[in-house]
Ligand binder design. Structure first.
Ligand SMILES: Nc1ncnc2c1ncn2[C@@H]1O[C@H](COP(=O)(O)OP(=O)(O)OP(=O)(O)O)[C@@H](O)[C@H]1O
Length: 454
């Protein structure tokens, strides 16, 4: 099937160059010179991809992204940015963009992003087919393509991994907090794999990608004929995850009404498909993730406090890459190897200058950004070592990032862990110590250390 791509770009020559390049690669391309025209085209056509400049004469790429997510949620959006706009581009990823690419870029780099996403898209279509079209591809992420979990050698990573191992086998709801691209989904899968549910399904749902009108049907399913377009019975994510784990990514993006529905399902452990009178019992462990401060959302009443407490029986803070710089080269090696395998290349490593630039860069897009930068660089490298001239400008000319942030303290995580263990053990210290895998004496010392009063 020929993929349809719409480009919104006011630089006519650049737009033409991209058009003819992508047409030669077999894509069907249309182009808008303004945001306004882009909006109309997006609303009237269901494109596979929208590629838009971040700065448009009459609009912003970010707003066009939001509009596209509303009117055509299946269209994947790629933003083209100037190199000074990377922070905004990272925001765009949080709002649901597939990726961003910094100008000037080579068309092959853009092609790589499109082809990679098309592969995932086909994979998710295949999953959909097998699951009786129960999950739209942009919300259901097939998990089999996920790589293995790298623990890291920094103290902060080791500690973080211990928490995953500790909380994994319990049935506690876990809230994973961390910046975009830090590996929240990978961590959620690791928790699932540490649990007795590991042989059952792990269903990942991007809550930011579900329009609120169809959220109930997505979560709880529907029966044929219950609304226009419900042409078949459909299982929701809860049923799909029965016996296993449901991962709610970007949970802070759920509308207030959807939060109420979710809370009810969690409290009652039963769901009712849209249009049905029958309740279905479900046994689902919930792991959720957010890159915003949910407590802040609770205080401004955009996120329900009762739901927050339900989801947050245990919090895991996942460190940013800046906070675990000691792990940088481990991840570089891993992603380099992964890129070599998928691109059929044999790049051995980074040149000294690139190593230096990588060390000094603050990696606002975290592991995802590192992985993308490495993959693009490997594609463009024709020698043993990645040279400076294939590295994106923002990485080369950035100021050194802030050092490790002491705020992600093992203390605050540990304190939370102890409080949660105590709660789970009904405040019985012997049981709590067992849950924590420490002696009673250590538990007493820690209660004193953290001023935990019972
Ligand atoms: N520990 C890890 N080992 C190997 N790869 C990892 C690890 N953590 C993250 N990655 C890779 O980094 C990328 C980003 O990870 P992931 O999608 O889990 O991040 P995220 O925090 O859920 O992102 P977002 O906030 O955008 O939803 C993925 O490609 C993932 O495979």
């Amino acid at each position: 099937m020929v993929r349809r791509i719409h480009i919104v770009e006011d630089d006519v020559a650049f737009g033409k160059m991209l058009t003819s390049f992508l047409e030669r690669k077999g894509y069907s391309i249309s182009i808008s010179l303004t945001g306004n025209h882009g909006r109309k085209s997006v609303a009237e056509n269901s494109y596979d991809f929208l590629i838009t400049d971040l700065k448009l004469p009459d609009d912003s790429g970010l707003e066009l992204l939001e509009y596209t997510k509303e009117v055509s949620p299946k269209t994947k959006v790629i933003l083209m940015t100037g190199y000074a706009e990377v922070d905004t581009a990272v925001k765009a990823i949080k709002k649901g963009a597939l990726d961003y690419i910094s100008k000037p870029f080579r068309p092959e780099e853009l092609l790589m992003i499109i082809e990679e996403a098309s592969k995932n898209y086909s994979a998710s279509l295949e999953v959909d087919r097998l699951e009786s079209i129960s999950h739209p591809p942009n919300q259901f992420k097939p998990v089999s393509s996920k790589p293995s979990f790298i623990v890291g050698i920094s103290e902060i990573s080791k500690k973080f991994n211990e928490y995953l191992k500790l909380v994994g086998p319990t049935d506690m709801c876990v809230l994973i907090q961390g910046e975009s691209g830090t590996g929240k989904e990978v961590a959620a899968k690791a928790i699932h794999n540490f649990s007795s549910r590991k042989d059952r399904s792990f269903v990942a749902v991007d809550c930011g990608a579900i329009p609120k009108e169809i959220a109930a049907s997505e979560f709880f399913g529907h029966i044929k004929g219950s609304f226009t377009g419900a042409i078949n019975d459909k299982k929701g994510h809860f049923e799909a995850a029965d016996g296993g784990t449901l991962f709610l990514d970007e949970v802070g993006n759920l509308s207030y009404e959807n939060q109420i529905q979710l809370l009810r399902a969690l409290q009652e452990r039963k769901i009712k498909p849209v249009g049905s009178n029958t309740e279905i019992e479900v046994d689902v462990r919930i792991i959720s993730a957010t890159n915003e401060d949910l407590l802040e959302a609770v205080s401004t009443k955009t996120f329900r406090e009762d739901l927050y407490h339900r989801l947050n029986e245990f919090t895991v803070h996942i460190p940013s890459l800046r906070e675990r710089k000691e792990d940088l080269f481990l991840f570089i090696e891993y992603f380099l190897n992964e890129a070599n395998v998928s691109l059929g290349k044999e790049v051995l490593g980074l040149s000294k200058e690139v190593e230096e630039a990588f060390k000094n860069y603050s990696w606002p897009g975290n592991l995802r950004e590192l992985k993308n930068v490495i993959k693009r660089s490997v594609l463009l490298t024709n020698s043993n070592l990645i040279p400076l001239d294939v590295i994106p400008k923002e990485v080369l000319f950035s100021k050194p990032g802030p050092g490790p942030v002491v705020d992600f303290s093992k203390e605050s995580n540990e304190k939370q862990l102890i409080i949660n263990a105590l709660k789970e053990a009904g405040y019985n210290k012997t049981k709590a110590a067992k849950l924590l895998n420490i002696t009673r004496k250590t538990l007493y010392n820690k209660l004193e250390l953290y001023n935990i009063e019972l």
